[in-house]
Design a protein around this ligand. Structure first.
Ligand SMILES: CC(=O)SCCNC(=O)CCNC(=O)[C@H](O)C(C)(C)COP(=O)(O)OP(=O)(O)OC[C@H]1O[C@@H](n2cnc3c(N)ncnc32)[C@H](O)[C@@H]1OP(=O)(O)O
Ligand SMILES: O=C(O)CCC(=O)C(=O)O
Ligand SMILES: [Zn+2]
Length: 481
């Protein structure tokens, strides 16, 4: 497995961070110093939070079509995600993922077609028997052979798909719109006759003819399909195109509208949000976005985006503190790292570094955070031991260490930390040493503000006296700063 796939280990250069909200679900460098969870600064935050202005990202009342606060997730890690180049899920792994997604609270879990292989069929049956709260769907071609196999598995619904773009009509299945429509009607009526949900989707919708699309959607809507699906199969759509198509479709069908968005141009989350604004009701996701090529709308990123719009709604629907566990589970199963900049769970997602940010964050986390880490069972960090630090961040550490220093003295100590950090990043332990030595020097009267040379002397005396009898690892002379 990749070294950071479980998100627990931190690169050395991050080892100068201090948690500032007292939560400690992520092992932090500060923990190894025995001070993790000390909290001299979060008193500001809870008070200021309640005084924060109204959420400017909340959906506008005028958006009567918007489902930003009324949507369902169709979680397709076990279908689209299995199409990720690295994916191989054995039954045990599929069950673990399905159970985790169910506990998280996704409304639907979509599984690979049972027509794909005997194991896929048997796994589908096994997952249907788990008795999960999430509805179980499987995903098939628009073909009676696939439909017959699918309805026997015990699924709650079948997602039917067929390409409607000229590319796919010519180079994939070779069928014209008349044939597609006729087969779609046959398959939908058959699945419906089994008393389970059925969805019809046009693959490659954004490169399909609009009249063809609306016409087939209207036809399937009339015969009682539960949902129609719009798919940006190649990830070519931009938010305006998504809005326009979904908005138009909303005026044409009365059934639910699902959207499936590939991320080839990095638009998948924005497009999903826009689709909801235009009236889509169901969004396809996969954990970490895994799927064909670079995959689809990631579950975590979508949750981050929708939480920003309506935190209370998203919190009430999903068990958000499970997100990290689910991502780690899937990352490990497909042998990838959780990206460092992943929304919510990336290892620096809640780490604040620059002095200007640190000061404001310590006063009120809303200044530079749109997501509250504690709502995801995570911890906020302020990174201190670097050249971009400021005295306010250092002061928070001084308070945590319960050292008595004036602001002037803290500014003086900060100058020293910056000087040292100009040579190399300082770990939390390094910062603490500087602060403790500075404090001792001031209290003993050996040190006064601005006496940089004396401070250097105190620091090296401290280092010599705290070295073990065996001595520290010898440094080559030319490496000593
Ligand atoms: C955009 C998407 O992600 S759609 C979902 C993709 N999912 C999958 O492909 C599931 C995994 N797939 C498989 O296991 C296999 O491809 C199977 C079992 C579905 C089909 O396997 P095979 O019969 O060997 O066909 P193969 O994969 O080579 O080609 C696909 C066949 O389905 C046809 N087809 C493709 N899309 C569709 C569709 N949406 N509806 C109906 N038929 C389709 C093609 O014309 C081709 O038919 P052919 O056998 O007459 O040439
Ligand atoms: O069934 C769908 O809506 C989408 C199928 C798919 O994976 C795609 O078109 O990329
Ligand atoms: Zn897809």
């Amino acid at each position: 497995m990749c070294p950071h796939a479980n998100g627990d280990s931190l690169p050395v250069e991050q080892q100068d961070m201090v948690p500032v909200n007292g939560l400690s679900s992520r092992p932090s460098p500060a923990k190894t110093n025995g001070i993790n969870g000390t909290n001299g600064v979060n008193g500001h935050s809870s008070r200021s939070r309640s005084e924060a202005p109204k959420n400017p990202y909340a959906p506008r009342y005028a958006d009567f079509l918007s489902n930003v606060s009324n949507f369902n997730i169709i979680e397709s890690t076990l279908r689209e995600g299995e199409q990720f180049a690295n994916a191989f899920f054995d039954r045990e792994t599929k069950i673990k993922i399905a159970k985790a997604l169910d506990a998280f609270g996704v409304e639907y879990i979509e599984l690979t077609s049972p027509a794909a292989s005997e194991q896929s069929r048997a796994d589908c049956e096994a997952i249907c028997k788990l008795g999960l709260k999430s509805k179980i769907l499987t995903h098939i071609r628009c073909h009676m052979d696939d439909a017959r196999i699918a309805v026997e598995t015990g699924v709650d619904g079948v997602d039917v798909v067929i390409g409607t773009s000229s590319f796919l009509r010519e180079f994939s299945h070779g069928k014209d719109m008349a044939y597609i429509t006729k087969t779609a009607i046959e398959v939908i009526e058959y699945v419906k006759s089994k008393g389970i949900e059925v969805r019809f989707s046009s693959e490659d919708s954004f490169r399909s003819d609009l009249v063809d699309l609306l016409s087939i959607y209207q036809t399937v809507d009339k015969i009682g399909v539960n949902r129609v699906g719009v798919a940006d199969t190649v990830g070519c759509a931009n938010p305006r195109q998504v809005y326009d198509l979904v908005r138009t479709l909303r005026g044409v069908v009365s059934c639910d509208i699902e959207i499936h968005l590939h991320n080839d141009t990095g638009m998948a989350i924005a497009n999903a949000y826009t689709a909801l604004e235009a009236g889509a009701t169901h969004i396809d996701t996969s954990v970490l976005g895994i799927g064909e090529r670079v995959g689809i709308t990631p579950l975590g990123g979508l949750v981050a985006c929708l939480y920003a719009a309506n935190p209370e709604y998203v919190k009430s629907k999903y068990n958000l503190s499970m997100l990290r566990e689910i991502e780690n589970l899937v990352a490990s199963a497909v042998e990838v790292n959780v990206p460092f900049n992943n929304p919510i769970t990336g290892y620096c997602a809640f780490t604040h570094k620059a002095g200007i940010h640190a000061k404001a964050i310590l006063n009120n986390p809303s200044t530079y955070e749109i997501l509250k880490p504690e709502d995801f069972g995570l911890t906020r960090y302020v990174s201190i031991g670097h050249r971009l630090t400021g005295w306010n961040a250092v002061k928070s550490r001084v308070e945590q260490l319960q050292l008595e220093l004036t602001d002037e003295q803290i500014k003086d100590a900060t100058a020293k930390i910056k000087e040292l950090a100009d040579v190399r990043p300082q770990s939390m332990e390094d910062v603490d040493t500087v602060l403790r030595v500075y404090h001792t020097g001031i209290k003993s009267g050996e040190l006064v503000v601005g006496e940089s040379k004396i401070f250097d002397k105190l620091l090296s005396r401290h280092r010599e006296s705290s070295a073990s009898p065996m001595g520290r690892t010898p440094q080559p002379v030319d490496a000593v700063a």
